[in-house]
Design a binder for this molecule. Structure first.
Ligand code: GLU
Length: 443
């Protein structure tokens, strides 16, 4: 297994979020409540408000299919390690199952199940024709050599290929997986079924990936910021941003915000946090990370305790790391006007209440980080047509979808006097129930 090599670190910004590490992550305490409990809480509350019958609630609240496979891999320490791979297909009423695959030592079936459900609601809220799925392998991704990651990616696809395919289930990158991982997965699927680029999304550009996919989740976050900024009375020029998790999502969101005139005043990664009230150059910080540096080592800012990041006064806080980072023991410390959830399930329900009392405008994960899967949809469409759109076309179409989602969700939130999260869940659930009913899957 690799130590902290420069090569390994340069891969980090390209993984889908900022939670690259394994044991290093302990610097920021996470919530006791699991991702599964968080997602179930919001689903159950919305199902009750919508007065869904019990049988429909059961269909929507459980997975269609859950697969666990064994992945034995001989690592460079000479030992054979037996990892578990999970793929959960939550609901396919609106289209093929869709969702990322994460590599992380703490991945388990419960977490993957929760994240699969989140994908079902996310694709419905964005109104793209997919169901929801998620995958994971419980390997120590941050410590693996590239060749070891490749073996794991290929072996996982070998074992679940029967339930995958462009019309069945289409994986994508997530925590600690990236375009390279997708290239290996596409190649492995192709060995078994013939060249099938539409079998995974988030691929490298030369392998029929889509322009704009790598930036898409961060760009989607910024589109929502632009919609919400007038609501909370801020302009880009006077917006201070704090990013928790300077990985793919966080670094893209920060750089695009900076391009609009905003100032990043704090950031963190798995090794610690930094602040500079005069501003941290988002591009220089990414260059530093690409060269193998950790955030606390960055010269253009002061290293601070990871937990103190939440206290930095700012207009926009972007959680873009792992789930459960904002919880009842630290939510009160937050000092922002708006929080845009780049990560999945970063906020516990108790923290939500605290933030609401503090008047923080929360744009929830199911809408906020949908940009990634939206451009995955564009990639799939391009692959099916063997045609390529230019980046401007991708970004314009992404903007249209994110704005439409915000209009619909905020309209529902206003008319029903509920939070954006509650409104988003309600809209997503309604659309999936309608599709399942119309198909005749449920009555
Ligand atoms: N992993 C991303 C997410 O959680 C993207 C999924 C996809 O593109 O299918 O939304």
């Amino acid at each position: 297994m690799a130590q902290d090599t420069a090569e390994e670190k340069t891969e980090r910004p390209h993984s889908e979020d900022g939670s690259q590490g394994s044991e290093k992550r302990e610097s920021t305490e996470r919530a006791e409540i699991s991702n599964f409990e968080i997602v179930q809480h919001h689903f159950r509350a919305a199902a009750e408000r919508l007065d869904l019958p019990e049988d429909v609630t059961t269909v929507m609240g459980t997975s269609y299919r859950e697969v666990t496979v064994q992945i034995p891999i001989k690592l460079s320490d000479g030992q054979t390690h037996v990892f578990s791979g999970f793929r959960v297909q939550h609901n396919g009423a609106r289209g093929p199952y869709k969702g990322g695959i994460r590599f992380h030592p703490e991945v388990d079936l419960d977490e993957v199940r929760a994240l699969a459900a989140l994908m079902t609601w996310k694709t419905a809220i964005a109104e793209i024709p997919f169901g929801g799925a998620k995958g994971g392998v419980n390997c120590p991704a941050g410590d693996l050599e590239s060749s070891e990651k490749q073996q794991i990616a290929r072996s996982f696809i070998d074992k679940i290929d029967k339930i995958l395919g462009p019309t069945r289930d289409i994986p994508a990158p997530d925590v600690n997986t990236d375009a390279q991982t997708m290239a290996w997965m596409m190649d492995q699927y192709g060995k078994l079924h013939g060249h099938t680029p539409a079998c995974v999304t988030g691929k490298p550009i030369p392998l029929e990936g889509s322009f704009g996919r790598e930036a898409a989740t961060g760009r989607g976050v910024v589109y929502l910021y632009r919609e919400a900024a007038p609501v909370i009375g801020v302009k880009p020029g006077d917006t201070r941003v704090v990013v928790q998790g300077y990985g793919n999502v966080g670094s893209w969101a920060a750089r695009i915000m900076q391009g609009l005139g905003a100032t990043m005043v704090g950031a963190s990664d798995a090794y610690g946090a930094i602040r500079n009230d005069e501003g941290i150059d988002a591009e220089a910080l990414l260059d530093h990370v690409k060269e193998g540096g950790t955030l606390p080592e960055f010269e253009g800012a002061e290293a601070i305790d990871a937990d103190d990041l939440l206290e930095i006064e700012c207009e926009v806080f972007i959680p873009a790391a792992l789930g459960g980072m904002i919880h009842e023991r630290n939510a009160d410390r937050m000092n922002c006007k708006m929080m845009i959830e780049g990560a999945n399930s970063p906020t516990t329900p108790k923290a939500d209440e605290i933030l609401e009392d503090k008047g923080v405008y929360v744009i929830p994960d199911v809408m906020a980080n949908a940009g990634g899967v939206v451009v995955s949809y564009f990639e799939w469409v391009q692959n099916l047509q063997h045609f390529r759109w230019d980046e401007r076309e991708v970004n314009d179409k992404l903007g249209n979808i994110m704005r439409r989602a915000y209009r619909n969700v905020s309209g529902r939130a206003q008319s029903s006097e509920i939070s954006l999260r509650s409104a988003a869940y309600e809209l997503g659930i309604e659309r999936v129930v309608e599709a399942a009913r119309t198909r005749g899957y449920i009555t």
